[in-house]
Design a binder for this molecule. Structure first.
Ligand SMILES: [Zn+2]
Length: 342
């Protein structure tokens, strides 16, 4: 290899290295998912739940998929995040507001492993999910406490529930704890008091930076002792317009007492956490909308900050004023030649 060739190949390597972190950077949400980071997206699916998790090397996991009516939104959201394969798909339980959109996900994307708790449901929407699984000849593994899921080398994925067998479908919810370096997430499906109590007895460390508040903030979940164990810095509530009183005021009270920052999809839209294993950043759709609002306000301010009359231009000693000059007002340029108040 000549000196020149060596230099050229070095240049190519440098360019590739510079481009690498740019992969999967910008999305329609304007949010970054970069290599080496774990991102957890609480997707706004109205009254329902869905979390997309993208690992440091780009592996993906989807927990729940909202209602059937939200399936196009879920598919579009995953596509915007450049997801082509869902490496792990978890249906926490068969209720429609969690499993409803999963048939569309199964139909649209390559699917790795599927986990579901052993619980019967004969609703039409859940049957659609089972049909989609069968049509692709996929297998379902049983979700239960104590499983460690193989996913990303640097991220521990532990299933904490269901610990036992419960009569209530909600109590059968798969509960997952993700840990990446110093950051952790506890994702609870619709688990309620009985399951929470059994998880606490099972001796796992429950401490987590981010807690998905159980069952959309229902009063039957998120007990005081549960919160004392988890000590979440952030408490996410996935809810939308509903007749169940979700989230319950007593749960909001408990979260306030615990000192957690509450983030609700019904208030701020999609909520996205990004962790580098040490620090956690949070963003949500509304903060981006706010940024747009600020941008348009400041545009207006710039527009208003123009001379309203030629007298004002002359008083300021700026006449004639040209297009591009600060304060130029096209209204004052009657002949449209780009020069006003000649
Ligand atoms: Zn639910």
């Amino acid at each position: 290899m000549t000196k020149r060739q060596r230099r050229a190949s070095c240049l190519v390597i440098v360019i590739i290295l510079l481009l690498l972190p740019a992969c999967r950077v910008s999305t329609a949400e304007g949010l970054a998912t970069t290599a080496g980071k774990l991102s957890v997206h609480f997707i706004d699916v109205g009254q329902g739940a869905s979390q997309l998790i993208i690992g440091p090397t780009g592996k993906t996991m989807l927990i729940d998929g909202g209602n059937n009516s939200e399936e196009a939104k879920i598919v579009a959201y995953l596509q915007r995040q450049q997801v082509s394969k869902v490496d792990i798909l978890i249906a926490t339980h068969p209720d429609a507001d969690h499993a409803g959109g999963l048939d569309a996900v199964i139909n649209h994307f390559d699917i790795g492993k599927i986990y579901m708790p052993k619980v019967q449901s004969n609703t039409k929407t859940f049957e659609d999910v089972l049909k989609a699984i069968k049509a692709k000849s996929l297998k379902v593994s049983t979700a239960k406490a104590g499983l460690t899921l193989e996913w990303e080398h640097d991220v521990e994925v532990l299933m904490l529930a269901p610990v036992g067998v419960y009569g209530e479908t909600n109590e059968m919810s798969a509960v997952v704890k993700l840990s990446y370096g110093e950051n952790s997430f506890l994702l609870t499906g619709d688990a309620e008091g009985e399951s929470e109590s059994d998880i606490m007895k099972s001796g796992f460390s429950l401490k987590a930076d981010v807690l998905l508040v159980g069952h959309h903030g229902s009063h039957s979940s998120t007990s005081t002792s549960w919160l004392k164990n988890v000590q979440p810095q952030y408490a996410v509530i996935q809810s939308g317009p509903n007749n169940y009183g979700h989230p319950a005021s007593e749960v909001l009270g408990r979260l306030k007492k615990q000192g957690s920052d509450v983030l609700r999809t019904d208030e701020v839209g999609n909520i996205i956490f990004i962790s580098d294993g040490e620090t956690l950043k949070v963003n949500h759709t509304d903060s981006l909308k706010d940024a747009e609002k600020t941008a348009s306000t400041s545009n207006k301010e710039i527009k208003q900050n123009v001379y309203e009359s030629c007298a004002a231009v002359r008083d300021a000693g700026k006449s004639p004023i040209r297009r591009g000059d600060p304060g130029f007002n096209a209204k004052l340029d009657r002949d449209g030649d780009g020069v006003a108040c000649e």
